[in-house]
Design a binder for this molecule. Sequence first.
Ligand code: ADP
Length: 151
Amino acid sequence: MKIAVFPGSFDPITIGHVEIVRRAIPLFDKIIIAVGVNSQKKYLYSLEERMKHIEAVFEHEDKVSVDKHEGLTAHYCMKKNAKFLLRGLRNAADFDYEKQLSQMNHIIGDGVETVFLISHPQYSHISSTLVREVIKGGGDASPFLPDGLFK
Ligand code: ADP
């Protein structure tokens, strides 16, 4: 059984994240979207809200489930018996960071392999960080968000 973990903050989930998960569905038997809980981080949306948004998007995808996770992603993968991590790459900055993360996770995660999907060009400018700025500033973030959410 090929299980992949897609970890992130998803504060909030964007159409960029959704696209990565949808493209990964044919590659794996199961994808667990692991929503991060980090007491040091200040989120715009609560853990419950972030999970609820994702569950609504993937309601009809049997292979996709949503969970929360605290601590090291590599340990979470081992606990779930997931041999793969799924990540999206938007640009060179993502690459530099993700390269290190993937190399370290491979060691501490007992050989967990990170699978990268390069975002399609129409999504590569979208980040949760900037979407939060739009929302906080009272702008319309709906072009970046999955249909039907936050409206
Ligand atoms: P983190 O807090 O770990 O950066 P994010 O929720 O921002 O979590 O992102 C989770 C994953 O989704 C990362 O692999 C990130 O590169 C990817 N991702 C985020 N936005 C996009 C996008 N627009 N296109 C493709 N991948 C994306």
